[in-house]
Design a protein around this ligand. Structure first.
Ligand code: IMP
Ligand code: MG
Length: 179
């Protein structure tokens, strides 16, 4: 297992191995492919944390889909700032589209709740949510998670796209951050 040490902080407790993630992503992709068979869907990566999960997921899908990106910011370090800022929008209007939002992790749920409401307000036909990780115990917003990789405890995790102040995104596994 590759372990990388950065700036004295280590993510050396492998919480979800690359193999476990790969297997789970495959089964999620199979389910999404079945559910959206015969429908048009726009798969939207919520930047930046979901890019690794997103790129693995779309390569496993057996359906034709459009892809796009959206960017919001809600976190500074390991603490939520509580406020959501829109950094970049979809390239085209969501109106009339079946949208699947792909996120790395749902924590308070505020980010996805905000995005889902925003897209529906702009007349998206359907908006579903797919997350790799679900920190259930930290939830504040009442939002349905349609596709979920793993439920995890309320610990700060990094790797496979997830960062701590922009570090660790390139780790091939998910680790619990050690300070
Ligand atoms: P929410 O709005 O509280 O659900 O926040 C979700 C966002 O917070 C995610 O997209 C991540 O960017 C970030 N986040 C929450 N928990 C973690 C974590 O354990 N590691 C890295 N980022 C996290
Ligand atoms: Mg994120």
């Amino acid at each position: 297992m590759i372990k990388r040490s950065l700036h004295g902080k280590r993510a050396d407790e492998v919480f979800l191995s690359a193999l476990r993630i790969k297997q789970r992503v495959k089964s999620l992709a199979d389910k999404i492919s079945r559910d959206y068979a015969g429908k048009e869907v726009l798969i939207v990566s919520v930047l930046k944390g979901s890019v690794v999960f997103f790129s693995d997921l779309i390569r496993r899908l057996k359906i034709n889909c459009g892809v796009d990106f959206i960017s919001v910011s809600s976190y500074k370090g390991a603490e939520s700032s509580g406020e959501i800022r829109f950094l970049a929008d979809l390239k085209e209007s969501p109106e009339g589209k079946n949208i699947l939002l792909v996120e790395d992790i749902i924590d308070s749920g505020c980010t996805l709740d905000y995005l889902k409401k925003n897209l529906l307000a702009r007349k998206a036909s359907t908006v579903r949510v797919c997350v790799l990780l679900d920190k259930k115990t930290a939830r504040k917003a009442d939002i349905k998670v349609d596709y979920k990789g793993f439920t995890i405890p309320d610990k700060f995790v990094v790797g496979y796209g997830l960062d701590y102040n922009e570090q660790y995104r390139g780790l091939p596994y998910i680790g619990i951050l050690k300070t």
